[in-house]
Each structure stands twice: as C-alpha cells, then as structure tokens.
Design a protein. Structure first.
Length: 271
C-alpha cells in the first residue's frame, strides 16, 4: 500500500512520509512494537502533517500503520514511568499529543485513517482525529485508560464524541473492552470496513474521490463541521462565514459551474 512514495525527510525511522499521486501518506513504522507511539513519534507527527499538507500536489492525506498487525497499539507504555509519572508530567505529555490532534484537525485537506489490525488507546485517538476512518474487517479497537488509571484527554473526548454518542463513549471508556470492526462500524468509530486484501484499493479509491473535488469546498465543510460539532473551539460566525466566502470568490466555483453546464468533469485548482 505504501510503496513507491516520493519520500519526505523524517526525523525518526519510526515515521515514513511521502506522496503518491495527489495523496500524502504518513506511515507509523514501528511494526516490531505494533506501531506503539513513542514520544519521539508524537513530537514528529505535527511537522510531517504540515509539510504534507503544504505540498501543492497533495489534495488529501492518509495515515496508516506498517506491518499489517496494527494501525497503532496505543502510546508506548514503557515510557510512562518517565513521561507520565505525576500530574505535571502527564499534562506535558497530553500537550504533546494535543499538538498531533490539532495538526490533523486543523489541516485544511481531508485526512483518512487507513486501519488494519489493532487500533487501541492513543492509536484510536490518532485515528479519531482524522476525518474519515476506513478499517479492515480484522481490526480491533479499544480505549483502555481505565485499565491504566489514566484520564482520557479532553481533546480526545471531543473527537470521540464527534464519532459516537455520549452513552457509547461512556461505555467504551468505563469498560475498556475491545470492539471488533463490525461493531466499530455500527457505532460510528469507523466509516466503513472492507476485507484486509481490499483495504489498499479502497483507500486509494477514497483518496481519488477526495482529490477530484474542490479543495476550498472541502476545507469549508471541514472547518464548519468541526466548529458545529464541538471539535474546534473557534465557532465565531465571522470565521465560518469567511470559509463560505472563500468558495464563492474562487476560480474553482467558476470552474465547477462551467463544467456542470458543459457536462464535463471539473478541473479544480484549489484557488
């Protein structure tokens, strides 16, 4: 799925980034640890996301895990003794992860989580910060902070509540039970599930659909939905109106109208 990427330099071998066609890919590359997210990885992700998003050739981003066993089995618990050994340290750690969620949330381009295997704890929080979640039918999900004595971060709760009901969020967090792909799809944790062998092709199909549509329209929809659903704290009417105004003033709006009248596919430029 992630071969033939035009690579971007990464500060850690545990993250691979690159572009293929109009899609930018961020790959969690620590399969020997089921792609458990180390502090080094958390710190590196925001800049890689921004660099992928700033590439003018990139219309959509995808986040996935290497190895086929896991998207990410959570944060690296072996680091918690040093990184989360008291409340102050935990707040610093949560601030580091918050930067990751914000980078994905604030990215004006759509982000797809491509999930195969375990997607637990911090891995599920990472996937929830993406706009669309596609999973293989062998994927497993869980939110286990209650088994570790931790509080789930507020930013993660906002993302969780944008995906599932409050009652379901309580049940998942209180029980810390594991959920299979079919149930995850039914309750809204993921948008769709496919066979593992079809996951790559389905991801490419979704990314192609996103790339074919007007970037400013997608950015406006993402910004408004995030604000109205409570994911984003900026719900100022003037900020949301500016997103709409940018679409009406764009070359893409004119191109969309002309393409419709001429009965041809539109060629959007993002301007």
């Amino acid at each position: 799925m992630n071969t033939d990427l035009i690579p971007f330099a990464s500060p850690t071998p545990h993250l691979t980034a690159g572009r293929r066609g109009a899609a930018g890919w961020l790959v969690l590359n620590r399969p020997e640890r089921r792609n458990a997210l180390s502090a080094e990885m958390w710190r590196a992700i925001p800049d890689l996301v921004r660099r992928l998003a700033e590439d003018p050739e990139v219309r959509a981003l995808a986040v996935t895990g290497e190895g086929g066993e896991a998207f990410a089995a959570g944060a690296d618990i072996s680091e918690f003794a040093g990184n989360r050994d008291d409340a102050a340290a935990a707040r610093r750690y949560d601030a580091m992860t918050l930067e990751v969620f914000a980078a994905l949330q604030d990215c004006r381009k759509p982000v797809v989580a491509v999930i195969d295997g375990y997607c637990l704890g911090g891995g599920l929080a990472l996937a929830l910060a993406c706009d669309i979640r596609l999973a293989s039918d062998r994927s497993i999900f869980a939110l286990p902070p209650a088994r570790l004595g931790l509080a789930y971060p507020l930013a993660g709760l906002r993302q969780l509540l944008a995906a599932v009901t409050a009652a379901r969020a309580k049940e998942l967090l209180f029980t810390a039970r594991r959920v299979d792909a079919a149930e995850a799809s039914r309750i809204g944790l993921v948008h769709a599930t496919v066979g593992a062998a079809s996951l790559g092709a389905e991801a490419e199909s979704i990314l192609a659909m996103l790339a074919a549509n007007a970037p400013l329209s997608i950015a406006a929809a993402k910004g408004m939905i995030n604000a109205l659903s409570g994911v984003s704290e900026d719900s100022r009417p003037e900020a949301l109106a500016a997103l709409s105004d940018a679409c009406f003033a764009s070359d893409d709006y004119r191109e969309g109208r002309h393409a419709f009248l001429e009965k041809r596919p539109p060629r959007f430029s993002g301007r």
